[in-house]
Design a protein around this ligand. Structure first.
Ligand SMILES: *Cc1c(COP(=O)(O)O)cnc(C)c1O
Length: 595
């Protein structure tokens, strides 16, 4: 463990300082110059495009009283807006360690601003000739970082991780609906035995097409059997299967983000289709529980829509064993199972494992533990991934992304709109859940990829430093009386509570809540808190209590939560040592509360 911030600041990190405005606007002059360049470029572009059209706003207009009055009104109101924004929570400072948001990078801000002035809508390449290309290129950059072959992968930007997760469900639903319809149709025609419907419901695209061909079926023949066409109640079910619950189930670990329940409700799957995979004592997806769930689904004849694992949980930044989940699914030889990784938070840690030469390297000095590295290296094998550039990509809201390994996992049920053109394989309004989509996030990812790079010299280095920041905070906090750190901590999120030996958990929670409220009411630091429920985290809570001699009274576990993603937390030059200061303030508040 590092002893102080002096020990861990690397001179090579100086270069990365050019990529952020800085907590004191240290790069302010440069930023102003670049913004000016973008504005001047836009002004020049307009002036040069149709010069023969003449002016619409004359110098006389600009000096007219009514013109000047409105202009003054705008200026006053703008001042009011700017004034109000001064009271917004400052997230640029290393003192903000609350939620999964922090400083935005300069490449991201500049690219978004440049794109904003052009305002393309990536809903259709017709109106977004350039920015649709930029989206394709930046999705390919992300796909390569994640380990996919970017010549096969497909994806698009969404407004966030929630929507990206919905995109995954939407596509998996399309696939299983086709498969299931085919199975029911073949049984109805007497060519498939009832006992074989389960495997057919989990066909790969190739198997599906072979079956269609072998039985000279057309898509239209499947129509009466498709839930997406007919709705749940009107689908045609062959005699032997009537009364059976054929609704697909989603297998999701207990450490999931709440967007997964939303998805199941939103797509009308029914909450009883939401099957939780248990967590192990360390809070990660338990492989034995996954195996049991797969066996249970088969026994009950419930098709498996998809299996989800989480890379970077919202609560503690933990990474599920993606590699072992994928191994498990590959071992189920007769079923082609969809594995989606919810990497909304942790997906970008893949950058720490890619060398600048674009060759995946195993010799990189990343801060990630070996099991976490293995999990992230397995991204290359999964069906699809959610990643949020507006979290660890340091890009402004709203920017998430859904990326599929190949076209097979990108296909979805298409709709048509008469006034918009749609290419068969284009990313456009027909293939995305959202309609109008800003191109700003795509541009921000594009410029970040070029200016910083999604590799261990670029973003990976920034992220490795955030793990160092977590180690530094852990080190300082462990010296504060009563602090119990939640272990393991896979990435850059640090959770803890405070306890006296033999105290009941309910009392420990009460104190943690009090401390949270005291820190929140002070000006020094912004933190967050989370509650781990016994229902999902029972083994983790039992272990936490045992390790810290807390009496496990069956309460949920309330933790203070620090998200240490600001790139300047362990900046050597700053006058404040944030980790030490935070520990000092916490220590003082602990003494006040007479722990
Ligand atoms: C943040 C997060 C989401 C949701 O992302 P939004 O961008 O807030 O919609 C989904 N899954 C995980 C694991 C997350 O951390």
């Amino acid at each position: 463990m590092p002893k102080s911030k002096q020990d861990i600041c690397n001179p090579e990190d100086v270069a990365l300082k050019s990529l952020f405005l800085g907590p004191q606007s240290e790069n302010g002059d440069w930023f102003v110059a670049e913004v000016r360049r973008i504005v001047e470029h836009t002004i020049g572009w307009r002036r040069s495009r149709y010069p023969a059209d003449g002016r619409a706003i004359s110098a006389g207009d600009q000096n007219d009283d009514s013109f000047l009055k409105l202009r003054a009104r705008l200026e006053t109101s703008l001042n009011e807006l700017l004034g109000r924004l001064e009271r917004e929570t400052p997230k640029f400072t290393p003192r903000y360690i609350g939620h999964m948001v922090s400083e935005n990078s300069l490449p991201a801000l500049l690219a978004e601003f440049a794109m904003l002035l052009h305002n393309p809508n990536n809903a259709s390449p017709e109106v977004a000739k350039v920015s649709a290309r930029i989206e394709t290129e930046s999705i390919a950059d992300l796909a390569r970082m994640l380990g996919f072959d970017s010549s096969h992968s497909r994806g698009h930007f969404t407004s966030g991780g929630t929507l990206a997760n919905f995109e995954a469900v939407w596509r998996a639903l399309h696939r299983i609906d086709q498969n299931l319809a085919l199975a029911l149709c073949l049984i109805d025609r007497g060519v498939l035995n009832i006992s074989n419907y389960y495997a057919t419901a989990h066909s790969s695209k190739m198997q599906f097409e072979q079956l269609l061909l072998a039985h000279t079926l057309r898509f239209e023949d499947l129509e009466p059997y498709s839930v997406l066409n007919r709705g749940h109640c009107n689908v045609k079910v062959p005699a032997g299967l009537t009364g059976k619950n054929l609704s697909p189930v989603v297998l999701v670990p207990g450490n999931k983000h709440y967007s997964w329940q939303k998805a199941v409700l939103m797509f009308g799957l029914g909450l009883d289709s939401f099957w939780s995979i248990e967590l192990d004592a360390e809070g990660r997806l338990d492989i034995e529980s996954l195996e049991a769930r797969i066996a249970q689904a088969r026994a009950e004849g419930r098709p498996i829509l998809m299996v989800v694992s989480v890379a970077g949980t919202t609560e503690m930044g933990e990474v599920d064993p993606v590699d072992r989940v994928q191994d498990t699914l590959e071992q189920v030889k007769d079923l082609s199972l969809w594995h989606h990784v919810d990497g909304a938070y942790g997906g970008f840690f893949a950058a720490t494992l890619r060398s600048a030469g674009k060759v995946p390297s195993s010799g990189l000095a990343t801060k990630l533990a070996p099991n976490i590295r293995k999990a992230i290296e397995a991204f290359a094998r999964v069906s699809s991934i959610t990643i949020d550039p507006h979290k660890l990509g340091y890009i402004p809201y709203a920017c998430g992304a859904f990326i599929a390994r190949d076209q097979e996992h990108y296909e979805c049920r298409q709709v048509t709109a008469p006034y918009l053109k749609s290419g068969v394989s284009a990313v456009d309004w027909a293939t995305t859940i959202e309609g109008s989509r800003s191109a700003a996030g795509a541009a921000a990812v594009w410029l970040t990829s070029r200016a910083l790079g999604f590799d261990s010299d670029g973003l990976g280095r920034v992220l490795d430093k955030t793990i160092e920041a977590r180690e530094l905070f852990a080190n300082e906090l462990s010296r504060v009386k009563g602090v119990c750190l939640a272990q393991p901590s896979d990435t850059n999120v640090l959770c803890f509570s405070l306890a006296n030996p033999k105290e009941p958990l309910a009392m420990v929670n009460q104190r943690a809540l009090q401390l949270f409220e005291r820190i929140e009411s002070g000006p020094e630091f912004s933190v967050s808190r989370t509650t781990l429920g016994q229902r999902d985290y029972n083994l983790f809570i039992a272990r936490f209590c045992k390790l810290n001699s807390i009496l496990n009274d069956g309460s949920d576990l309330l933790l203070l939560r620090l998200v240490l993603m600001n790139p300047f937390i362990c900046s050597k030059e700053m006058d404040t040592d944030f980790a030490r200061d935070f520990a000092k303030i916490l220590g003082a508040k602990v003494t006040e509360s007479a722990l």
